[in-house]
Design a protein around this ligand. Structure first.
Ligand SMILES: Nc1nc2c(c(=O)[nH]1)N[C@H]1C(S)=C(S)[C@@H](COP(=O)(O)O)O[C@H]1N2
Ligand SMILES: [Mo]
Length: 320
């Protein structure tokens, strides 16, 4: 693996300038320049109807991560209009429509369990845990679509250091926000809520595991898990739990939503593995959103150099 030293580029050095130029031009063309501040940073995105204007705002990042892929980023419009967020409906286009009014402020995340210093973090405190990095990661969903996303976040291990896990902690359990009032579509989805996920402690502490707070230079759109989600690039997308309200360090392997729902189809580990088929379809290939031809899926989604050693001695056909 090639490790480059993180540079201390400022946000304006790393953000694609054309994006901001385009935005200004679009707003001018629409005669909306005055509305820009009110509408949030995403109103410019070409092709987005105005009932879908997200309340995202610009997010400054301190560094561009050496862990980034150099592959072409998937267009923002694809990443924000083809989602899984079952609380807002099961159709891939449902979250973009149904999550618009989701209230993500005020927000706090309770970090508890087997830790010396349990505490509740406000969203402002979360944003100050560590310098925000931009990390361009491949993502691969079990349904065989993949995306390349410039996430903004910081390594999960930085949060762990603040709360100091005790030696009893072996796993980390995550829980999403749930409010049937704001998420009326959830009851038709067939899942149990709140959505829960889990990682083994060493997986959570791996430098690739991020707490995500933004993407494409902005805060997260609601449908992508605002205001704070996990990003675990060598695992299938469903491990990357959205809109987190609770993180618990625990002794035993915690339950996970998809494993509860269909244990034969979704295991606890859920590493991207082209050699282990999902019972109803092959995992050998994937289609990147916005592309026509499928491409082969890589073991550990191409992150084997950094994570394969976590699974030494394990039978990945059994621990799927
Ligand atoms: N709370 C919550 N988190 C969730 C889900 C969900 O339904 N609810 N879906 C998961 C699944 S199946 C996938 S593939 C990814 C999709 O993330 P994306 O929409 O940002 O691509 O979110 C994961 N996190
Ligand atoms: Mo998924």
């Amino acid at each position: 693996m090639l490790i480059r030293r993180p540079t201390d580029l400022t946000y304006s050095d790393v953000s694609p300038k054309s994006v901001y130029t385009q935005r200004r031009e679009f707003l001018r063309a629409m005669g909306l320049a005055g509305v820009a501040a009110f509408a949030g940073a995403s109103a410019w995105r070409i092709g987005m109807p105005f009932d879908e204007v997200h309340a995202t705002s610009k997010l400054d990042v301190a560094t561009k991560s050496p862990f980034s892929t150099t592959e072409k980023e998937t267009p923002y419009n694809d990443v924000t209009h083809y989602n899984n967020f079952y609380e807002f409906g099961t159709d891939k286009t449902a979250p973009a429509k149904n999550a618009q009014k989701f209230r993500t402020s005020p927000w706090s995340v309770s970090v508890e369990g087997e830790v010396k210093k349990p505490r509740k973090f406000s969203m402002d405190e979360i944003l100050k845990i560590a310098p925000l990095e931009e990390r361009i990661y491949r993502h691969r969903c079990v349904e065989a679509w993949s995306i390349v996303v410039p996430w903004i976040g910081f390594p999960f291990i930085e949060l762990a250091k603040l709360v100091e896990p005790t030696p009893i902690a072996q796993f980390v359990a995550f829980e999403s926000f749930f409010d049937p009032g704001q998420m009326p579509q959830a009851k038709y989805s067939g899942l149990e809520y709140p959505y829960v996920e889990g990682l083994r402690l060493d997986e959570a502490m791996n430098p690739l595991t991020l707490i995500g707070v933004g993407m494409y230079g902005e805060t997260l759109p609601n449908q992508d898990g605002a205001p704070v989600r996990m990003v675990v690039p060598w695992k299938y997308g469903y491990k990357s739990i959205k809109s987190i309200v609770k993180i618990r360090f625990v002794a035993k392997q915690p339950p996970t939503t998809w494993n509860r729902m269909a244990p034969r189809e979704y295991g606890f580990y859920s590493n991207v593995n082209p050699n282990v088929d999902h019972p109803r379809w092959s995992q050998a290939k994937e289609r990147r959103l916005g592309e026509i031809f499928k491409r082969p899926t890589l073991m550990f989604n191409g992150y084997g150099d950094q994570v394969a050693s976590l699974y030494n001695g394990m039978d990945l056909k059994k621990s799927y």
